[in-house]
Design a protein around this ligand. Structure first.
Ligand code: FE2
Length: 437
């Protein structure tokens, strides 16, 4: 049995209390004059108070001390590669591909916070509009410290190593091929067992939602019941110098306190962190000919105000059957009005068998053409079509955004992983045109 207990559902109203303190949730009201067990009541808001009911999110936390009990925040420059400065580099419309990002050297010690590196993004956390894409690479656990993001939500995609995450809401263990979302303001600590690496999609505007399904109906893609949120867990622990690390307007700050912030004994609400196992995604696709658009692979979306247009979609390309008749089955060549950042969690990506490696990435910016490489095109054009499995043993994903993203100095230069030869994979695409064909 797992050490971690979860409640299932997406967007549900949950309630949870640590079983060491039965009855810790006040009955009948949110903020009684005196809370059970002498706890403090604190509300964490995930939306404007007056947001419509369908958008309105908040959670009531019943905790040993309110989170305001900390010393003043000071600048904390431990992650020099974390940025929201999109003017570091001259704009670059080229196709970009990165080799796997380096883990910290054995002589270096980086925890999850210190190991954040921003690759690309757009917008501004002060305007609450935009996104940032980071990779984390770390080799030690966060000790006596908790991180929270004032700027937006983190969607975390582990690629190597299990993340043992403690949140104010309870614990989540997230392994590669699972994801988690930790929303704005929620404090969390990350423990690891060895060198770990993964991707983070940060959105400033809004929270992640399940996409509407339209004619698909009530079932399919990521089903709400498969999302898991933690159950309450607390520690009543004095710590001399516990660090609360805040990401605020793109910069890090630290405030010290003398106790663990994971002192929430009970909580209820609909603003909760969650995890999701990507193997539970129900894949939908054509059973006749041609391609559905890649939007059929959307797990979660962070919508903008433009109908059907996302600040960012999280999209996966899971193992599945391919059955289309008289069709070029790999992804088609295309130019997109959206930015496409891709990563690979495991295995080999079908459209490019070489060069796009687990722990690496690619970026195809707005209107930058891309598609299968030569081998993929020639192979798929001549293949005998029959039902076949594709992407077995792999999991590629995409962060797709309607915003035009800039690449950071770390992404383009400092990390030294940008593959300058990427463009060559298309240069030998031959002309097959003939007036006589
Ligand atoms: Fe694409």
């Amino acid at each position: 049995m797992s050490d971690y207990k979860y409640q299932s559902g997406f967007g549900s109203h949950f309630s949870s209390e640590d079983n060491r303190c039965p009855g810790a949730l006040p009955k009948g009201q949110n903020s009684p004059q005196v809370c059970p067990y002498g706890l403090y009541a604190e509300q964490l808001s995930g939306s404007a108070f007056t947001a419509p009911r369908t958008e309105n999110t908040r959670t009531w936390l019943y905790r040993i001390r309110p989170s305001v009990v900390h010393e003043p925040f000071k600048r904390y420059d431990v992650s020099k590669n974390l940025t929201h400065n999109w003017d570091e580099q001259y704009p670059n419309p080229n196709q970009m591909r990165w080799k796997p990002f380096d883990m910290p050297k054995e002589t270096e010690k980086y925890d999850f916070t210190q190991g954040l590196h921003t690759i690309c993004g757009a917008g501004n956390p002060r305007d609450r509009h935009g996104l940032a894409i980071h990779v984390y690479t770390c080799n030690v656990s966060m000790i006596d410290s908790a991180f929270y993001n004032s700027d937006g939500d983190f969607l975390i995609v582990p690629q190597c190593g299990v993340l043992d995450i403690t949140t104010e809401f309870g614990k989540m263990k997230v392994k590669p091929n699972e994801i988690c979302v930790i929303q704005q303001g929620m404090r969390f600590n990350v423990k690891i067992e060895g060198p770990s690496r993964g991707y983070i999609l940060e959105v400033y505007n809004n929270h992640f939602k399940l996409p509407d399904l339209g004619p698909i109906g009530a079932n399919g893609l990521a089903n709400p019941r498969d999302f898991e949120t933690p159950t309450a867990w607390f520690e009543d622990k004095n710590v001399e110098d516990y660090k609360i690390i805040s990401k605020f307007q793109g910069m890090l700050f630290v405030g010290k306190q003398d106790h663990s912030p994971f002192d929430v004994v009970a909580w209820h609400g609909n603003y909760v962190p969650f995890k999701y196992d990507l193997q539970k995604f129900m894949v939908i696709n054509t059973v006749s000919f041609d391609h559905c658009d890649p939007s059929i692979f959307t797990v979660l979306t962070c919508p903008s105000h433009r109908p059907g247009t996302a600040i960012a979609d999280f999209v996966i390309f899971p193992p599945r059957w391919s059955v289309q008749e008289h069709t070029f089955r790999p992804p088609y060549y295309h130019r997109n009005c959206m930015s496409e950042f891709m990563g690979l969690i495991l295995g080999k990506y079908e459209a490019k068998e070489d060069g796009f490696m687990p722990g690496g990435a690619s970026l195809h910016s707005i209107m930058t053409p891309h598609g299968p490489d030569v081998n993929c095109f020639e192979g798929a054009s001549n293949a005998i079509l029959k039902p076949e499995r594709v992407a077995d043993g792999t999991q590629a994903f995409m962060f797709e955004s309607s915003l035009s993203m800039a690449v950071t100095k770390w992404g383009e230069e400092t990390c030294q992983k940008l593959d300058a030869s990427y463009y060559k994979c298309w240069q030998n695409l031959k002309k097959h045109f003939s007036m006589n064909k």
